[in-house]
Structures are given as structure tokens and as C-alpha cells.
Design a protein around this ligand. Structure first.
Ligand SMILES: Nc1ncnc2c1ncn2[C@@H]1O[C@H](COP(=O)(O)OP(=O)(O)OP(=O)(O)O)[C@@H](O)[C@H]1O
Ligand SMILES: [Mg+2]
Length: 207
């Protein structure tokens, strides 16, 4: 199953979620972002005595498509897409089995989501298919309970579906990453770990 974390807007938590998902699912990551956030985090992982993740950085769009074409159905892989629109990022969206789009429940985020929906709509029309992205509320306030703004938006955009899992703003997500670890590697209780495990469960169910 090819799982792509995508949004044309930057800074929504794509790389953070891709990282923790890859550790939780024990899968390789394809890093399509020129900022190479995850390569840096992987070096920290090694420095802290953990086995590095497999991070694939395709040399060309053709190399990427070829790799994905041959990807076995029974194996998972995570793709971290850059926060911008490009043919390569559109290719990743098109070839995935599941698209996770992190979004914060704020009115100011809506324009970015409309833009991303428009990209998916264009791509769906061009490829004569109906692409769906699963909107994941991420980085929300741990005390927030009313997500009606996002629920209303998603209901009105045909290529979007809202995920049941909600990921809150939690220090465990970035603190573990700063050591090259994943939240699923935390020993003992962690709300971040619990949320990530729930996300994995939902992804498997949807896939
Ligand atoms: N659930 C969360 N809890 C705490 N911090 C978070 C959470 N999600 C994202 N962040 C923080 O938000 C910032 C942006 O996250 P990240 O780099 O993953 O975004 P991105 O979508 O990959 O950005 P870009 O498009 O620039 O690659 C980071 O500092 C990250 O630690
Ligand atoms: Mg990123």
C-alpha cells in the first residue's frame, strides 16, 4: 500500500507524520521534498544509536514512477511530499492508495485546502478518475472539541473525506523527532503514541 502524506500548503505536519508513520509501520519513506527534513532526522536517529530508516530519494520523476510501478501491493511505503504544487507531487498523489492530508481546524487554513482540492480535481479530471484525500485534523489544540468548521468544509468538497482520528499538538511528536525517534518507540504512556497508533489502525482499515 502506497501511503502519501500530501498538502500543497507548507508547514502542516506532513514530514512529521510521515516520519512517525514510517517508524510505526516499519516502512521505507520516499522523500520528495527538496528540504530533506527526513534525511536530517534520520542522521540524528543513527547518532542516537537507532537503526536508520530506509529513505529513498528518487533521482528523477521517471525513476520515482518506475519505483512506484513496481512496488509490491502487500508492502507499505510512505511518501512525504513537499508543500508546493509540482508534476512530481501530482504523480505521487495519483499513484497512491491512500492520501493523508494534514490540516488544522482554523478558518485561515481554508484557502489552502480549497487550493489543494482544486489540484486534486484537476488531476482527477485529467486522469479520468475520482481521487480522494483523507483529511486528518493535525496539530489541533488538545482541548478542542468542536471541529464543525472542518466538518462543514469537507462535506462540501467532493474529493475530501474527514478521518476519525484527530492528532493534537503534542510535544512528544517533535521531541522524539529531535532524537531521531518515533512516538511509537516511547516506553510507557504517551498521548501522541496513542493517537499515532489510532491513525495507523484507521489507515489500515481504509486501505
Ligand atoms: N501534532 C503536532 N504536534 C506538535 N507539533 C507539530 C505537530 N504537527 C506538526 N508540528 C510542527 O509543525 C511544524 C511543521 O511540521 P512539518 O515540517 O512536518 O510540516 P510540513 O507540512 O512537512 O512542511 P513543509 O511543507 O515545509 O515540508 C514542525 O515544527 C512540527 O514539529
Ligand atoms: Mg515537510
Amino acid at each position: 500500500m502506497i501511503i502519501t502524506v500530501a498538502h500543497s500548503k507548507g508547514g502542516v505536519g506532513k514530514s512529521l507524520l510521515a516520519w512517525h508513520l514510517a517508524i510505526g509501520l516499519k516502512t521505507p519513506i520516499v522523500d520528495l521534498d527538496f528540504q530533506k527534513t527526513l534525511v536530517y532526522t534520520n542522521n540524528l536517529r543513527k547518532a542516537n544509536g537507532y537503526k536508520k530508516l530506509k529513505i529513498i530519494q528518487p533521482e528523477s520523476p521517471e525513476a520515482f514512477i518506475e519505483l512506484m510501478d513496481e512496488w509490491p501491493e502487500d508492502k507499505h511505503i510512505i511518501i512525504d511530499v513537499g508543500g508546493f504544487d509540482s508534476n512530481l507531487n501530482r504523480a505521487a498523489i495519483y499513484i497512491s492508495n491512500i492520501i493523508i492530508t494534514p490540516a488544522v481546524d482554523r478558518v485561515t487554513e481554508m484557502a489552502g485546502l480549497y487550493k489543494f482540492h482544486q489540484i486534486i480535481d484537476e488531476l482527477s479530471n485529467k486522469m479520468k478518475t475520482d481521487i480522494k484525500a483523507d483529511i486528518l485534523l493535525n496539530d489541533v489544540s488538545p482541548t478542542a472539541k468542536d471541529f464543525s468548521v472542518m466538518e462543514d468544509l469537507v462535506e462540501n468538497l467532493k474529493h475530501f473525506r474527514l478521518m476519525d482520528t484527530i492528532v493534537a499538538h503534542r510535544a512528544d511528536f517533535y521531541k522524539t523527532m529531535e532524537e531521531g525517534r518515533g512516538v511509537t518507540e516511547i516506553e510507557g504512556k504517551s498521548k501522541a503514541k496513542k493517537e499515532l497508533k489510532q491513525l495507523i489502525k484507521e489507515i489500515k482499515k481504509r486501505g
